[in-house]
Design a binder for this molecule. Structure first.
Ligand SMILES: *Cc1c(COP(=O)(O)O)cnc(C)c1O
Length: 219
């Protein structure tokens, strides 16, 4: 199943090269949510170390164990975070990509002050202005980035999840524009179906699940 890792890695580097990026400029996040442990272990066995998960609880069930066997794992939270899970998320994840409201930023800052450490953060932007989707609105993103900075939080970039059925590249370009005007270098955008487009638009992180692991079986 994990055979396609080599393939996807090659496509990520090739897309990077076409757009003037160096070999390590684009980070491939293997999205392991819902995947059986054997598939995740297979990808770890191939030497990959950067993974993304959507749910704190699901990640708690597998990553502490994997980390005992595999060193230097870098784990990204890419699904919605409730304030009551902040402490657990900060213990488990190296990067939290889903900061989308001041209340969440403040909760993260409180734990960071107490423990003296904080994962790197991305602000999630709801570029399609979809009611059902997480992410700060385009109107409020600059203020939220400023708020995070005033709380001394390590904001590294922006993340988006474009609406299904719309041209993703317009959303990628928009996210890049917002990142530039906020002096943010990180851009987490692009999934299995569109990561090459995202790299063309400046992605520094692509989040690829099914193209690496195979389809997710929610049954
Ligand atoms: C599931 C998920 C992905 C990966 O999706 P694929 O289409 O399987 O590559 C990427 N980003 C987020 C936020 C996700 O929830």
């Amino acid at each position: 199943m994990a055979i396609s890792l080599t393939d996807i890695k090659a496509r990520v580097s090739a897309a990077g090269e076409r757009h003037g990026r160096g070999p390590s400029d684009v980070s491939l996040i293997a999205v392991s949510k819902v995947q059986p442990n054997e598939r995740v272990a297979a990808v770890l066995d191939e030497g990959h170390r950067v993974f993304g998960e959507n749910r704190v609880q699901e990640a708690e069930g597998k990553w502490p164990t994997f980390r005992r066997t595999y060193s230097n794992v870098e784990l990204h939270l890419i699904g919605p975070l409730q304030t009551n899970k902040v402490r657990a998320a900060m213990e488990l994840f190296d990067v939290i990509q889903v900061v989308d409201r001041a209340k969440l930023a403040k909760a993260i800052a409180r734990v960071a002050d107490e423990t003296g450490k904080c994962p790197e953060l991305f602000v999630q932007v709801n570029t399609g202005d979809e009611d059902q989707k997480a992410g700060v609105s385009l109107d409020d993103v600059d203020a939220l980035v400023a708020e995070c900075r005033s709380l001394d939080l390590p904001v590294r970039g922006l993340m988006c999840l474009p609406p299904v059925g719309e041209a993703a590249s317009l959303h990628f370009a928009l996210l890049k524009k917002v990142a530039d005007r906020n002096d943010l270098a990180g851009l987490s955008m692009g999934m299995s179906g569109d990561f090459e487009e995202a790299i063309a638009q400046g992605a520094t992180h692509v989040r690829v699940g099914s193209a690496i692991f195979g389809a997710r079986d929610y049954g």
